[in-house]
Ligand binder design. Structure first.
Ligand SMILES: [Zn+2]
Length: 240
């Protein structure tokens, strides 16, 4: 007997009973997921199909439906009484994680920041040297030198901003963060995209302006959020 299930507006399947169970374990199918198979008059929430009422929770181990007070929460998983001993054993053995992300330590974030700072310093100083040599060699008027310098500062600012926006938007991590094996994600683990990356780069300026208190906040937050993480609703996690 093959099952179909709905993800958003899209119908998925057919899958076998076993595959459906596996999807429940992977939390692709939850109690609220609409499912259907031949012989059913209408699509039903999976919790109803698996024997519970609407709104019941599914055990992440056996996939059966239970009321909320019959299960124990482990991170983002609900486990029924029957499955708790085996689940606890597997968790102790390190076979399962509770779903709470592994947030990046303050130290690794600091290291990443230093590396990025170093990279940008080399680029900016390099640019300064090139521009300096170019203007010097032609004995320019002072006003020309001032304009060139102002333009250079503008270009350097642009480089600093684009560096963060490009790398965070495209990879979720600047080269410094990549080297420290950390990355920036949304609370659900999804990528932040260019728009939010841009917002985060500017929010980070704020963290720096208030004597770096915005950065230090990450050390005291249980989700290790800096001020710019709070503003942009992002988290910094350890990569894989
Ligand atoms: Zn169970």
């Amino acid at each position: 007997m093959n099952w179909f299930y709905a993800v958003g507006q899209q119908q998925q399947g057919p899958v076998t009973e076993e595959q459906l169970q596996a999807l429940v374990k992977d939390r692709v199918v939850t109690g609220d997921t609409k499912v259907w198979r031949e012989g059913m008059a209408d699509w039903q929430p999976y919790s109803v199909v698996s024997g519970g009422a609407a709104g019941t929770v599914l055990c992440a181990e056996c996939g059966k439906a239970f009321s909320a007070d019959e299960v124990v929460r482990f991170g983002d998983r609900s486990i029924c009484a029957a499955c708790q001993p085996t689940f606890a054993q597997r968790m102790q053995a390190g076979a399962v994680t509770t779903g709470a992300p592994d947030y990046a330590t303050f130290g690794s974030r600091f290291g990443a920041k230093m590396l990025d700072g170093l990279i940008l310093m080399v680029v900016n100083v390099g640019l300064g040297v090139v521009v300096g040599m170019a203007t010097e060699s032609r004995e320019q008027k002072p006003v020309v030198i001032v304009i060139v310098m102002a333009l250079m500062v503008l270009v350097q600012l642009l480089i600093n901003f684009s560096y963060g926006i490009f790398f965070l938007g495209k990879f979720g991590a600047t080269p410094g963060k990549m080297a420290c094996k950390i990355k920036v994600v949304r609370p659900d683990g999804s990528p932040l995209g260019y728009g939010r990356a841009c917002g985060r780069v500017f929010a980070e300026m704020l963290s720096g302006m208030i004597c770096y208190i915005g950065y230090i906040m990450a050390g005291f937050d249980e989700e290790k959020r800096s001020l710019h993480d709070r503003i942009c609703d992002t988290r910094v996690i350890k990569k894989g």
